[in-house]
Design a protein around this ligand. Structure first.
Ligand code: PGA
Length: 250
């Protein structure tokens, strides 16, 4: 049985004060949604604060990105082993904003996925098509290509404790979520691609949905058989809303 994971991608939002308040709210509400795993993804600079606030709680944390390198002359980058110093459990790789705004190719994303695993972190691999790609009918081809770059480098075994997030680009931050059936179709496709290689791994891999998920639409999305949680952006910045999404998955 796959335990649902509701992950809050804070993106480049928050301040020390607002994060203290947000985490207090999430901590207070966590026991009521214990059936679901919770994780938060702050900007790098708040990692120490998040660790301090969440140590000893059941809430996990991680970051939104990492370097593909383990150390060295890479100004401005942060390496996987550094994230381990802050006891991160997860790290998001290949978010569409990284792919689009920072030019991360499928190959770079695959190397970041490998770097995360090498450091002992669980990668959350984001995949998803743009609106133009959906309209051209190439959604499955795009997702398959993004997945294969990682499978080619790391193999199917790497997905035993990795997480995949299907995030249609047209649904991110737009208020327009995929319908439960649209999301389920792509999730089932992703799982079938994994199952072609290893049915046991495929049955274990958690596949999250991301893109305008909120309390009002979470229950119907999370009720779908292949949707194992959510990667939540905007709605994760308010404790009440984030917890309500988790509640919908309990
Ligand atoms: P959103 O973002 O929930 O604000 O659409 C999701 C994401 O980008 O991970």
């Amino acid at each position: 049985m796959r335990r649902k994971l509701v992950a809050g991608n804070w993106k480049m939002n928050g301040s020390a004060d607002s994060i203290r308040g947000l985490l207090q709210g999430i901590r207070e509400g966590a026991a009521a949604v214990a059936g679901v795993e919770l994780a938060v993804f702050p900007p790098f600079v708040y990692l120490g604060l998040v660790e301090q606030q969440l140590s000893g709680t059941p809430i996990a944390w991680g970051t939104q990105n990492l370097s593909e390198h383990a150390a060295g002359a890479y100004t401005g980058e942060v390496a996987g082993p550094m994230l381990c110093d802050f006891h991160c459990a997860y790290v998001i790789v290949g978010h569409s904003e990284r792919r689009t705004l920072y030019g991360e190719s499928d190959q770079i994303v695959a190397r970041k996925f490998a770097a995360a695993r090498k450091a002992g972190l669980k990668p959350i691999l984001c995949v998803g098509e743009t609106l133009a790609e959906r309209e051209q009918g190439v959604t499955e081809a795009v997702v398959e290509r993004q997945l294969e770059a990682v499978l080619d480098l790391e193999g199917i075994g790497a997905f035993a404790d990795a997480v995949i997030a299907y995030e249609p680009v047209w649904a991110i931050g737009t208020g327009r979520n995929a319908t439960p059936q649209q999301a389920q179709d792509v999730h089932a496709f992703i799982r079938s691609k994994l199952a072609d290689l290893d049915p046991t791994v495929a049955s274990q891999t958690r596949i999250l949905y991301g893109g305008s998920m909120k309390a009002a639409n979470a229950a119907e999305l999370l009720a779908m058989p292949d949707i194992d949680g959510g990667l939540v952006g905007g709605a994760s910045l308010e404790a009440k809303e984030f917890l309500a999404i988790a509640k919908a998955g309990c």
